[in-house]
Write a protein that binds this ligand. Structure first.
Ligand SMILES: [Zn+2]
Length: 425
């Protein structure tokens, strides 16, 4: 007899209690909507006004102690098998967001000193986001991963070691990076089913073999709709400016941030405040489950550049070479002329390869990730991939000079080591 966990779902904890029983394989799920489509024989009993599958977003009015909070306007349930690649920085599809809807994503953590501050800021606004966890960070800070999950955010993965060479490494090695990152994060969570089948490729350095492998496992690849350059050595006000400027240019979309950067911590309160002031709404994305099918959408809602959005169409392809140092008026990341026209990968320079040997043994890793293999979904023309963003957007102009005076000695060392190795993206 396995244990049974009961936990209030993260969205509406004051009204709903969900109980989910484990399946025959021993996978367990507690409380919220993150039961994967790959699981089976789930039983879900929900008590209260809502069901597990109809979890409601926390509106600003529900944000206790913060009546003026931005809040989370709705939860969008997506089926990775139907939409395996999203994000207009690279793909023809993106999340089916309405005008002025924003999805927040944070990569490369957790790094408790900053991730915890990000958590507090999001909590103060009752905003839910998606975190893409690096396996090695999960091994170093398993409690940090649990804190993110316990706060109700979606937890995806971002490889084991964050190599900036997934477009060039062997497929076998790329699979290992993906699988180990999932296993490490699942081990940190203590429950593989708490993990969303969402993956962001390090440096967005896509490759067809990698994409096909992820699709075969029912894992959705998240590129983004716009970054804010918060991995660069820029000021927090610059991060704010870029986030708002690029959002305004598109009107909606997936914002790529990092929860391991002090400048992101500094910029986030102002970003959230301004989102509210300008009438933007936060959407929380969760994966579809057997009990919680995908939010009904029309195919065109997932397409890049709907015909009604002429601004993005007129700007993007015409940019010959995107220079981030002078990005004042540009709405989208770089795509070279040749890259745009022929759809081929842009070769990347060697300095972007920061592959490191796997750091094993810190956390026992389940060898089987939570998602069984599935047949790759058929990709229609809409899923045609765009080239990777130009290498310049992942360059680091100056070395990180963060201080670590507050961490305990052992954590301090690990944090410094990890930070040194994770300076980009
Ligand atoms: Zn990253």
């Amino acid at each position: 007899m396995r244990k049974t966990n009961i936990k209030a779902p993260f969205i509406a904890p004051h009204v709903t209690i969900c109980l989910v029983k484990g399946n025959a394989d021993g996978a367990w799920m507690i409380g919220d909507v993150l039961v994967g489509v790959w699981t089976r024989q789930w039983a879900c009993l929900c008590l209260g006004l809502f069901t597990c599958i109809a979890a409601q977003a926390a509106s600003a009015a529900d944000c206790l102690g913060h009546p003026d909070a931005l809040g989370t306007s709705r939860t969008l349930v997506v089926d990775p098998r139907e939409h395996p690649r999203i994000g207009t920085m690279q793909y023809a599809q993106t999340l089916p967001l309405g005008d002025h809807e924003v999805v927040l994503t944070f990569d490369d953590g957790p790094l408790p000193r900053y991730s915890n501050q990000i958590l507090d800021i999001l909590a103060s606004q009752c905003v839910k986001a998606t975190f893409f966890i690096i396996g090695r960070m999960a091994q170093a800070y398993p409690q940090g991963v649990r804190k993110l999950s316990d706060a109700g955010h979606s937890i995806g993965t971002h490889s084991q070691d964050h190599p900036l060479s997934m477009n060039r490494m062997s497929l076998e090695r790329a699979k290992q990076e993906i699988d180990d990152g999932i296993a490490s994060t699942a081990a940190a969570l203590g429950d593989p089913t708490m993990l969303a089948p969402f993956f962001r490729i390090p440096g967005l350095l896509r490759a067809e073999g990698v994409e096909d492998y992820l699709a075969s496992r029912g894992i959705q690849i998240w590129s983004a709709d716009f970054p804010a350059d918060d991995w660069r050595h820029v000021s927090s006000s610059r991060v704010y400016d870029l986030a708002m400027m690029r959002l305004e240019a598109k009107g909606k979309g997936i914002l790529l941030l990092h929860d391991i950067q002090a400048r992101t911590v500094a910029a986030l309160p102002r970003i959230l405040h301004e989102l509210k002031a300008r009438g933007y709404r936060i959407v929380h994305v969760v994966p579809a489950t057997l009990q919680n099918p995908g939010t009904p959408t029309e195919p065109q809602q997932w397409q890049l550049h709907p015909t009604s959005e002429t601004v993005a169409i007129s700007h993007w392809p015409k940019i010959p070479n995107f220079v981030y140092a002078d990005a004042g008026t540009l709405p989208a990341p770089a795509l070279s002329d040749s890259g745009w026209h022929d759809g081929q990968l842009i070769p990347l320079a060697e300095p972007f390869d920061r592959a490191r040997p796997l750091a094993r043994g810190v956390v026992p890793l389940p060898r089987e990730a939570p998602w069984p293999r599935q047949s790759p979904p058929p990709l229609d023309g809409a899923a045609t991939a765009l080239p990777v963003p130009a290498p310049s957007i992942f360059e680091i102009q100056e070395k990180e000079r963060a201080t670590t005076q507050t961490a305990a000695p052992s954590a301090h060392h690990a944090e410094q080591k990890v930070r040194t190795e994770l300076q980009t993206d």
